[in-house]
Design a binder for this molecule. Sequence first.
Ligand SMILES: Nc1nc2c(ncn2[C@@H]2O[C@H](COP(=O)(O)OP(=O)(O)OP(=O)(O)O)[C@@H](O)[C@H]2O)c(=O)[nH]1
Ligand SMILES: [Mg+2]
Length: 358
Amino acid sequence: MQTGIIGLPLVGKTSLFRILTRARVESRTAPNQAHVGIARVPDVRVAKLSEVFKPKKITYATIEYVDIGGIQKDREKNKASLVPLREADALAHVVRLFEDPAVPHEAGSIDALRDIVSVDLELILNDLEQAAKRIERIEKDLKKKKDPLLEAELQLLNRCRAALEAETPLRELELKPEEQKMITGFMFLTRKPMLYVLNLGDEEATEIDRAVEKHHLEKLASKPQTAVVPFCGKIEAELAELDDAEAAEMMRAYGLAASGRDRLIQGTYQLLGLISFLTCGEPECRAWTIRRGMTAQEAAGAIHTDIQKNFIKAEVVNWEDLLKAGSFAAAREKAQVRLEGKEYIVQDGDVILFRHGG
Ligand SMILES: Nc1nc2c(ncn2[C@@H]2O[C@H](COP(=O)(O)OP(=O)(O)OP(=O)(O)O)[C@@H](O)[C@H]2O)c(=O)[nH]1
Ligand SMILES: [Mg+2]
C-alpha cells in the first residue's frame, strides 16, 4: 500500500515524510526526484500481545509513502513529477496553514482553500489529458472496427471527461464495480482517495480538534473518499527526534492528546479501507494488512499464496480475548476460538491461525 505526498512548494511535505518514515532525507525535493519510505502502522494490539507471548520477532504492518517535489506553476514540470504518484493507492495533500516569514509561501499569503483548489486543478488537468488521449485512441480504433467493450470504455471515459471539465475529481464519481474495474488501468490521480493534511502553526496545537471548523473546511471532510487530518508539523518534527518518555512530556506541555504521526497513519489506513488481522505465536507476533471485507481465504493470501490455495479452516479469536486468556489453549478452553471456513469475513483485530494442507 502506497500513499503519495503532494502539495505546493514549502508547505512541509518532506517534513511530513520524515515524521512518518523517520527517514533522514534532504529538505528540498528536487523535481523528478521522489523519496520513498516505509512507515510502521502503530498498533497497541501487537504491542500488548507481544508482552504476553514474548515472541522472537515482532512485526508491524507498514504503509509506504512517496514524497515528491512541490507542485509548480510549470505544467510540464508537474507532469514529470506526478508520474511516481500514478501507482499510489492514495494521496496525502499537505496544506499549509502555518505562518512563518522565514518560509515564504509561493502565493504570498496563507489560504488553505485556494491552495487546495489549485493543487486539485493540477491533478484534474493531468487526468483530463490522460482521458483525452485515450478517448482519441478509442475513437480511431472504433472507426476501423466495431467493438462493444471499447464502446463501453469510451462512454465511461466521456463521463470522466465531463466530470473533470466541471472540475470534479473522479473520486466523487459513483461507479458500478465493472466500471471501476475498467477505469483502474488508467491510474487517474483524482480517482485516488485523498487525505488533506492540514499543517497548523504551533499556536494551534491545543485546538487541533477544532481546526477543521476554524478554517472552514467542513465541506471538504464530507466529500466521498476524502478525509482531513490536522497536525502541527513543526512540533511533530521535534517529537520525532525524542525518545518515548521525552516525547510524552513534550506532548503534555503542548496539550496534545495523541501523536499526530499515529493519527495520520491511522487516517491513511481508514481512508484506504484497510484493517489488520494478527498472527501470534512463539516465533513471531505480526500484523497483516488487508482490505475490509476480505474473506478468511483471501486474507490467507496476505501471508502466502500457498496458504490461500491450500486453505482448510481458520481458527479465529478476538485479540482482547486472547490477551485475557493468555494462550491459544486457554482461549480454546473458554470456547473463544472459533473454527471458520473460507467465506468468513475477517474482522479488524482477529488473531488467526490458518490450517492448511499441501
Ligand atoms: N514554522 C513552521 N515551519 C515549517 C513547518 N513545516 C515545515 N516547515 C519549514 O518549511 C520549510 C520547508 O519544509 P519542507 O518540509 O522541506 O517543505 P516541502 O513541502 O517538502 O518543500 P519542497 O519540497 O521544496 O516543495 C523548512 O524550512 C521547514 O523547517 C511547520 O509546521 N511550521
Ligand atoms: Mg520537499
